[in-house]
Design a binder for this molecule. Structure first.
Ligand code: GAL
Length: 422
């Protein structure tokens, strides 16, 4: 048994007290390491607004940006960091993946922040359910992106004497006209998440919201292999005929830049593309057009960005993490961030006065489609199925896009098999 000399004990008590005091004094000056993949023009501006919000609270932002649209590279890096016991404070994790991380036991409980700030009342239930693991908040939602958009350059359309298409038949007429005018009809980046983004918009437009849900949310084998899926796959592959030969590997924002410059006429992409147009000083309705992807005006593929928070030991950093969670849900931040990002606020009843017509349309359709059943989760952006099934289906879609010898029938068989991936 160890006996401490009374003076040593006193010294130890004093040291402990001063350590506590130190912790209290620095409670407002923690550090939050933030893993994200917002590195393009519009995204970087949006990320900077988050950093500024955090720093205004006296905390420090430690940037952990992993470039790569759609976040596949970021998720790989995140896994290796968490496995080695060195998780960041916050990571851009979305949809069902939040549950997967929750089950690992590594996420922090944010219920006190959520309660103090009334999150349950401020968020649509479809959103708050995703942010909770076993009934407790472990993540905070940032915004709502709509994925089923078609972007276009009005000058290019004018040169080709073509119009913004609303149906698939019209789309191919416009694409042909652009081609004849010497303009690349569709700006595409041949990366599998971009192929998948285009595919889900085609599937939604060709088959409608019920088909989309059965095929790409419920993964029903009979729908994955059906005449409607055959039509969706054939239409999707036909879009490729209107992309350029340099598409392989191109980043999405470089594809958007082609539309901005008028080298290309149209792009299928979520409304983070609008962040690029806006960052380039372009105005919607004048310099660029937005419309629901052909055939999908009555539906809305949602993609909600969110940050999951990891368990931390340092109390100052835990406080900074909570500060960040609270700041993300504050109305001013919700507005500023989405104005830069191209999205709409996730918080209910935020004033849309400062937003452009594309965002206003998105906000209106978000509410309307929630009532009609047209509101569906984006499979390409991690909202609909497990990350394992998503990855397997995404691979089939890209193989089909890239392999001219693969038939749509073969692709359907592979989709059915991929959907069983656990
Ligand atoms: C999405 C993400 C968006 C945007 C886009 C391109 O998955 O939700 O915030 O960053 O990828 O990276």
């Amino acid at each position: 048994m160890t006996h401490f000399h009374p003076t040593i004990k006193k010294l130890q008590t004093a040291a402990a007290a001063s350590a506590l005091l130190g912790a209290a004094l620095t409670a407002h000056a923690g550090e939050v390491e933030v893993l994200h993949y917002w590195t393009s023009g519009g995204e970087a501006k949006a990320a900077a607004s988050l950093k500024a919000t955090l720093q205004a609270k006296g905390d420090t932002w430690k940037d952990f940006a992993v470039a790569g649209g759609g976040g596949d590279s970021a998720m790989t890096v995140l896994k290796s960091r968490v496995v080695s016991g060195n998780a960041p404070a916050a990571a851009q994790i979305k949809g069902p993946s939040i549950q997967e991380w929750g089950a690992e036991g590594v996420l922090a409980n944010l219920d006190d922040v959520a309660k103090a700030n009334n999150w349950d009342a401020l968020l649509p239930k479809v959103v708050s359910d995703v942010m909770k693991y076993k009934g407790s908040y472990v993540a905070v939602p940032v915004n709502v992106h709509r994925v089923n958009w078609l972007w276009a350059n009005p000058e290019a359309l004018k040169k080709a004497n073509a119009k913004m298409p609303t149906t698939w038949d019209e789309f191919f007429v416009t694409a042909e006209a652009l081609k004849k005018a010497g303009i690349i009809p569709v700006a595409h980046g041949g990366q599998n998440w971009q192929d998948f983004t285009t595919f889900e918009s085609v599937a939604l437009g060709v088959g409608g919201a019920d088909f989309y849900k059965k095929a790409l949310v419920q993964l029903d084998p009979a729908t994955l292999k059906s005449p409607t899926m055959l039509k969706a796959l054939t239409t999707f592959k036909h879009v490729k005929d209107f992309t350029d030969k340099n598409a392989a590997g191109r980043d999405w924002n470089l594809a958007t830049a082609m539309v901005i410059k008028g080298e290309a006429g149209m792009q299928f992409m979520g409304d983070w593309a609008k962040g690029e147009f806006v960052a380039a000083g372009k105005a919607p309705g004048k310099d660029f057009l937005c419309a629901a992807a052909p055939g999908s005006a009555g539906a809305f593929t949602f993609n909600i960005d969110s940050f999951a928070m990891f368990k931390l030991k340092n109390t100052a950093n835990v406080q900074a993490q909570k500060n960040m969670a609270a700041a993300i849900m504050a109305p001013e931040f919700q507005e500023t961030f989405s104005l830069n990002k191209g999205s709409i606020p996730v918080r209910l009843n935020v004033d849309m006065a400062k937003f452009d017509d594309c965002a206003k349309q998105s906000a209106k359709d978000f509410v309307a489609t929630a009532k009609t059943g047209g509101l569906v989760p984006s499979i390409a952006h991690g909202m609909a199925v497990s990350s394992a099934a998503e990855g397997a289906i995404k691979d089939v879609v890209s193989q089909f896009w890239n392999t001219d010898t693969m038939t749509a029938e073969q692709a359907m068989d592979r989709l059915v098999a991929a959907a069983k991936t656990k």
